[in-house]
Design a protein around this ligand. Structure first.
Ligand SMILES: *Cc1c(COP(=O)(O)O)cnc(C)c1O
Length: 390
């Protein structure tokens, strides 16, 4: 899969030339939409960095992928352990137990719930269903990288709308950008990577302006960890609006490695996604773990306490060090450091993995996941050394 691991379109074309002898003319059939596509660059794995700088993996602090500071939900872990030896059995293709549990939780019906291999897969399923070369997709600049990738993948025109000065979604400009060919608008809330939160009044105003036939996708990967009042977007579904709310077990419940997420949507959207998805798109252990995780309110509450303390610590340390940051409503903080790639690389040498935001169009900013107190201290220590701050 050399093509998909290539970072830049020019690099890809270059490879195409170099490999011409190998690929002959077969690449002329390659999906041309993908030539300009940048592959998603995930946070660097701990083992990889440990090898590079010659230390034990245990001493590396990874605050790059907004993973859970407390690990896996204990209830989920227990459920996984109790069912590992059932792995030879296919998953429940319809995911009934988990979908019923989610439906009960949000007071919706089974047909309103769709499971995905992470909520990221749901984005892709929505692309299959609602994006094509005759349509356009509206989303905000400085938001989750998948939106651009999915727009490109399905050949839709991408209308990427600049943010406000405070690095929040400009909902008015997004509503203004909607055209007759716009089939989908994606709103990430709280937003990754800026950590900003849109409130109920702002979303109500926005929804009043969006035409009824445009699918509004609310990506709420951080909803359960929101450090503010999370607006109720499920109410738009109850009101009969054409929208989908995306949630995940990756962040609040610590199941990122198992890949399980879901959407709540009108039944017509759910029915479309059921036709598109693979029969066994979510795996057996993930379904079992997620059912148990959904019951683990105590764990989520503990995570929220760690995050509130971490937010207070990191924000006050940034203030002390004279660093600009965007007050966060979730489990990561966006900090202005100047040359973010240089700072990212220097942090790596000190065994701290953060995330430069150049790819998100914010070359001066890094994003750090809020971790446990000792991880947050290690990050601040390393950052102040790297940037020569006292
Ligand atoms: C982490 C994240 C997701 C996807 O998570 P999955 O692991 O695929 O469920 C989706 N959207 C945003 C904004 C995220 O930060």
């Amino acid at each position: 899969m050399w093509v998909l691991s290539t970072q830049k379109s020019n690099a890809l074309l270059c490879d195409l030339h170099r490999l011409r002898g190998f690929v002959n003319d077969t690449m002329k059939h390659f999906n041309q939409n993908l030539l300009a596509l940048k592959a998603y660059v995930p946070g660097r794995p701990i083992e990889d960095v440990a090898r590079e700088i010659g230390v034990e993996p245990e001493s590396v602090v990874k605050l790059a992928s907004n993973e859970n500071p407390l690990g896996v939900s204990p209830k989920a872990l227990k459920a996984i352990k109790a069912s590992v030896d059932e792995m030879f059995i296919y998953p429940d293709g319809a995911g009934l137990t988990l979908r019923h549990a989610i439906a009960r939780r949000y007071n919706v019906e089974l047909e309103n719930v769709t499971l995905g291999n992470g909520s990221n897969e749901i984005l892709e399923l929505l692309g299959h269903g609602f994006l094509n070369p005759q349509s356009s997709l509206v989303y905000s600049a400085h938001s989750f990288a998948s939106y651009e990738i999915i727009g490109m993948l399905f050949g839709a025109e991408r209308l990427e709308i600049p943010m406000t000065k405070g690095l929040a979604h400009d909902l008015d400009a997004m509503a203004d950008a909607i055209r007759p060919d716009t089939s989908m608008v994606i709103v990430c809330n709280p937003n990754n990577p800026t950590g900003t939160l849109l409130d109920q009044a702002a979303l109500d105003r926005f929804m009043a302006r969006v035409p009824e036939d445009v699918l509004v996708v609310f990506d709420e990967a951080y909803a359960e960890l929101c450090q503010g009042e999370m607006p109720d977007t499920m109410k738009y579904i109850r009101e009969g609006r054409f929208c989908a709310v995306l949630r995940t077990f990756s962040k609040a419940y610590g199941l990122a490695g198992l890949r399980i997420g879901y959407s709540i949507s009108p039944k017509c959207v759910g029915a479309a996604l059921e036709r598109i998805r693979q029969a066994f798109n979510t795996n057996r252990l993930a379904q079992i773990a997620a059912v148990a995780a959904l019951e683990d309110d105590e764990f989520v509450q503990n995570v929220r306490v760690v995050l509130a303390e971490g937010k207070a610590y990191l924000e006050s340390e940034c203030t002390r060090l004279g660093l600009e940051f965007i007050p966060t409503y979730t489990n990561f903080l966006l900090i202005r450091v100047g040359d973010s790639v240089a700072v990212f690389n220097a942090l790596i040498k000190k065994g701290v993995i953060a995330r430069a935001q150049k790819g998100a169009g914010l070359p001066e900013w890094i994003r750090v996941t809020i971790g446990r107190p000792e991880q947050n201290r290690a990050f601040i220590q390393a950052l102040s050394e790297v940037m020569n701050l006292k």
